[in-house]
Design a binder for this molecule. Structure first.
Ligand SMILES: NC(=O)c1ccc[n+]([C@@H]2O[C@H](COP(=O)([O-])OP(=O)(O)OC[C@H]3O[C@@H](n4cnc5c(N)ncnc54)[C@H](O)[C@@H]3O)[C@@H](O)[C@H]2O)c1
Length: 324
């Protein structure tokens, strides 16, 4: 079997998870990793095999990978992604896809120009309870959707935005309010005027899609509490996912209809597993299969939601997403 060559750019927490996902796949050869701190690339390749490089330019020139994961920090995806796309690689970017709308559009246009695939690692799509929720919603079991509510840790805010589009489609408009406290900012994120990324303190957004209203609240809180909880109400019932936490991101799910009350406990699932499933689905997509792996277009739509939230809060106004 001819194996396709994979590599990773940026060897921190996320880069290690991507590499761990690639080495598990039989049709993939993990050829190497690059980090500006060479010792991190060396430490990673000592675990996974492949060669270590101090720059992505050297890695791509020497190894000619078929695809790379860009796992540098959120504000630093654009340049490695553009270079990789221009040198023949398909690119899976970590989220957020880019630090600005212009950068996101440049990545998408470059992928199209060079006929390469661009994807984004929205691994929360591959959580069992979320997949079950999507199945139930698509089957229409709770009827026409009336409301959905997402309560999330601030670190999962961007994942929730992707899930909202994944589950309910594109939104028509939104209105957002933030309590931002600069001293609470965890990340060196100076781009809050354009892209929110992680709300520094509290956020509440109401999104509209047709007659459906979706609320998203995010706050910083202890990891002892759930990372995410979801409730969807429909004309014929409701679905709840509770206790999605660090130890098991699956949580537990309940489907309540007028004459029926079912509980699902999909079993423990670590965040590491969600990365590996996401990598598996990205590679399947590269092999021409239909998967739920988020595309570059999904990545750009998530950026549009991010920037609309920042704008709505800044201007204290409603944002019409159909005219964006
Ligand atoms: N999908 C998820 O659930 C999830 C979870 C954690 C992090 N992430 C994402 O992964 C990305 C990386 O986050 P992290 O926590 O791994 O950060 P990190 O700081 O641990 O790792 C980033 C690495 O990139 C390296 N780097 C910086 N500039 C570089 C360059 N030009 N070339 C090569 N290497 C470079 C750094 O030296 C560092 O080792 C972010 O976009 C973050 O949002 C996603």
């Amino acid at each position: 079997m001819i194996k396709r060559k994979a590599a990773v750019i940026g060897c921190g927490g996320a880069g290690s998870q991507h590499a761990g996902g690639y080495v598990k796949l039989p049709g993939v050869e993990f050829v190497g990793a690059a980090d500006i701190d060479l010792s991190k690339a060396e430490a990673l390749t000592a675990q996974t095999g492949g060669r270590a490089y101090a720059s992505y330019e050297e890695l791509i020139a020497a190894e000619k990978p078929d695809f790379v994961s860009v796992c540098t920090r959120e504000y630093d995806h654009e340049q490695p992604a553009l270079f990789a796309l221009e040198h023949g690689c398909h690119v899976l970017s970590e989220k957020l896809m880019a630090h600005s709308l212009d950068a996101g559009r440049a990545m998408l246009n470059t992928a199209r120009k060079h006929n390469r695939l661009l994807g984004v690692n929205y691994n929360y799509r591959f959580i069992d309870s979320i997949r079950l929720l999507k199945e139930k919603l698509d089957s229409g079991v709770i009827g026409e959707i009336k409301t959905a509510s997402f309560q999330v840790h601030a670190y999962c805010h961007h994942h929730a935005l992707d899930l909202i589009r994944y589950l309910f489609g594109d939104m028509d408009g939104l209105n957002a309010t933030l309590t931002e406290i600069d001293s609470e900012r965890h990340y060196p994120w100076n781009l809050a005027h354009e892209m929110l990324y992680i709300p520094s303190y509290n956020e509440a957004t109401v999104l509209r899609a047709g007659k459906t209203l979706v609320t998203l609240t995010a706050s910083h809180r202890s990891f002892a509490f759930p990372l995410m909880e979801v409730e969807v109400t429909g004309a014929k019932g409701r679905i709840l996912i509770r206790d999605m936490n660090v130890d098991s991101i699956n949580g537990e799910m309940r489907v309540q209809l007028e004459n029926q009350d079912e509980r699902f406990l999909p079993g423990p699932l670590t965040l590491e597993h969600t990365f590996h499933r996401s990598i598996d689905n990205w590679v399947k997509r590269l092999n021409g299969l239909e998967t739920d792996s988020a595309s570059g277009e999904d990545g750009l739509q998530a950026l549009l939601l991010e920037s609309a939230i920042a704008r709505s809060n800044r201007e204290r106004s409603d944002v019409n997403l159909r005219s964006e």
